[in-house]
Design a protein around this ligand. Sequence first.
Ligand code: LAN
Length: 756
Amino acid sequence: VTAALLKGCELTGEPAGRQIWHRPAAREGKASTGFNPQKNPNPSDALWREQRVDAWRAAGKSVPDASWQPRSIREAVRKAMAWYNVLQADDGHWAGDYGGPHFLMPGLVVVWYVTGRPAEMLSPDFQQAMAHYLRVHQQLDGGWGMHIESPSTMFGSCMCYIALRLLGVPRDDPAMVKGRVFIHSYGGGIYTGSWAKLYMCLLGVMDWEAHHPIPPELWLLPDWFPFHPGRLWCHCRMVYLPMCYLYGKRFVYPDAETDPLIASLRSELYCQDYAAVPWASTRELVAEIDNYSPVHPLMKLANGALAVYERHAPSALRDWVRARGLRFAIEYIGAEDLQTNFIDIGPVNKVLNMLSRYVEAGCTQHTDAFRRHMARVPDYLWVSEDGMKMQGYNGSQGWDTSFALQAFAEGGLCDEFPEMVAKAYAYLERTQILCSPESRKSPAFAFEDCAMRKRFYRHVSEGGWPFSSAAHGWPISDCTAEGLKAVLAMRNLQCIRERCAVIPDERLFKAVNVILTLQNVDGGFATYENNRGYRWYEWLNPSEVFGDIMIDYSYVECSMASLSAIYAFHQAYPAHRSREVQEAIAAGRRFIKSIQREDGSWYGSWGCCFTYGTWFGVEGLVLSGEPKHSDALRRACHFLLSKQNANGGWGEDFTSCYDKAYAQHGAQRWGNGGSGVVNTAWALLALMAAGSPDGAAIKRGVEYLISQQRDTGDWDQEGITGVFNRACGISYTQYRNIFPIWALARYAHEYERHAA
Ligand code: LAN
């Protein structure tokens, strides 16, 4: 793929929050961005940003440059905001690359292939741009990691290898030859992680006998049963749902036996003859490099018992129960499709649901459901200078916008950028999940009805904010909380009052209701739902490659956001559910303190890593009324100060998340002298919030951020800053703008009050 193909893509933003890359429009004569994964595998989102700059200039507006040298911290904030203004999408959100994981797009490619390669799903341009992505991320050892910063794993390698072949790269292409050497050196495809095995079974390059049972019958258990799939973390639940359907159907690509590419893959992927592989005995095999959470003996036992059931249960009984399980599963899949406007909760169930609906209809593309599914595939695709990837979500629009607004609010410069701020506020306003009489007519909102909600294990949605767009519609505790905080911080500003619709109090009350109902008995907050299961569910984690996926735990991030939001709300509306709010805050603070680690830090589960967690822990305590200089805050500051680098910054490597220990030595492989701007900003925000007396350390951190600001007002994309399930990195390309702006804004506000 030439750079020209990738460069020409354009992005539109309707309806609100939708990010779609289209067929390239000619944009000749642009220099290539020189992406080099060996130097840094994190792309800088140059394509999208360049397009914004062009559009900005075409409208006759100027982009900040070297002729503007900020003379104060406040002015550096102003310049950074001026640059951020250029980047804003027309509907008010900030678009960006939300890629990182390598196993998502291959899943889509497999589904595209087995459903007959519909061009409406992946056009030839898209196919090429995807192949380009897979090629540039192949590592020197021939393999691929689970995500862009990960060393090669069998999971990543088998998925990416297969995807490249399905996208038309020939068997003897040097990339494929190298890929095979890697895969064979770890024993061949039978040693890959179980999620890759599932796709291989669907494609017909592995026998279903090689896969542990995924019984749809589990859905038929009574709700009170101690182990019930309805109690799983929603992402785990929604992924195993289509998996159990496809397993129950034993779906295999209909042309597998005649397609020469499948025959070839069967000989490429294994070290032995395909026909001779003793499939059933390979079920438990997994390469050491993939085995992040080894399958627990209890799960092994369960797998054994289920295998006996599959083989020996009286077939009449088994088929009868199976048919009922499958019926419920496909009904549930259909409900999820409707509730999310066919976006689905995430990229994995998106493609598996799409395949399930195809199978349900007797393997035809000609159904309304399948067409609606295909129409929502581009929502997940993004193009950066490393090619086209499938993102971890349909974007991070809502989340980034609510942080950006809070950062602006602290900077006190909103009235200098009234259009930008008002547009962002309007985006948040439109993104809150509402069930108005009009929207109730849409099938998606029929599910707010109580019986349906219960049937499909959904929490209350109304009043919540999603991570991405209203169309996605799954509310999340901390997204709701950050949305609410942003609205509270902005709504009285003049630029908002003059330009934006008033958000009625009722809507804020609904947001608070969502937050209050999400508090767990331990006082903390989980992600989308209350904690419904038990810790021992983790013994039944079948995934090998991910940690802590079985239930929704209380997290420091979700807890801090929720607490600080209801605290801020309580200041504004002291009479509303006053006692409940106060009790929730007290319990939440106790929870946050209870999970502070010995060394004063908090482990971050969704960002890298202790710096992120500690920022949340500190803000959570401070914003919910913890006295300054308390013991917990003092210890947190001590922790952060002990990690400051010689150049004044902070930096943490992704391996912190994976190893659950501060990556002191690997800090920011792709950063600068061990420091990275995002980590530095988090540390500074925390130190300032906690009122650290070490003003000199804070000043050095601020100077570091200033020294890294580029001529445009931007900062560089450095190491990966997001994570999920302990083991997978995910890109947040907005963070390099939002958090430095926020930290500098706070500094300017607290230490430079009188500067221009
Ligand atoms: C996300 C993205 C947002 C994130 C925050 C809101 C930042 C966090 O504070 C709570 C957890 C949450 C909602 C989150 C959970 C896990 C997600 C959905 C993701 C990291 C985006 C992608 C990831 C999802 C599980 C990826 C698909 C892979 C599977 C293993 C199913």
